[in-house]
Write a protein of this length. Sequence first.
Length: 217
Amino acid sequence: MHRTCVQPDEQANVIKFQNAEGVELIGVMLGDGPTGIVLGHESRSSLCEWMPVARQLAERGYRVLAIDFGGFGESESASGRRTLIEDVAAAADQLERAGSEQVVLIGSSMGGTAVVSAATEVTAPVAAVVSLSAPAMFGDLDAEAAAPNLTVPAYFAAGERDGTFPDSARRMHAAAGSEIKELKIYDTTRHGTQLVSELPECLADLLDFLDQVAPAR
């Protein structure tokens, strides 16, 4: 599975699981520990975009599950619609079953819209939500409308020169009901996962946020 980005010694960590709609999803679970992290990718992409960061998070002591959303990568498609919220919830359940006591939901672009929208639908204990370069709306998902329902720490980031995405980040941050919430706008055109995979200061800011609200151990 995903042999271009999942190393041979990681193939044993590829898992298959179903969401509430019965769609079979593919993910790669790395690391262990009481805090799990779901990693959701952007549109027209797959879990591969997250693998370099997933390895770093696992090395820090997190249990990490990078997933292919339904209809992307090597996951199945639902009939006639996206199942982004169901996919996030199913991934969080997998982390809880594996032993994580709390989960952080992290998504890039489309995945960021999904995790904000899904946060209150997840049955596993959610410790924080992180949205990187997410549009306020994607398809039938309205993350800006969902943001006031957030009660967990929330982190929004985008590149200032990345189209309309910084405006979406500002709007979601302003709308978020979380007592603890952060907004980071960087002087870059980089988008989504590129923020944390290519800009060390962005990754450092994210790790600092995680250390504060959802430490690995």
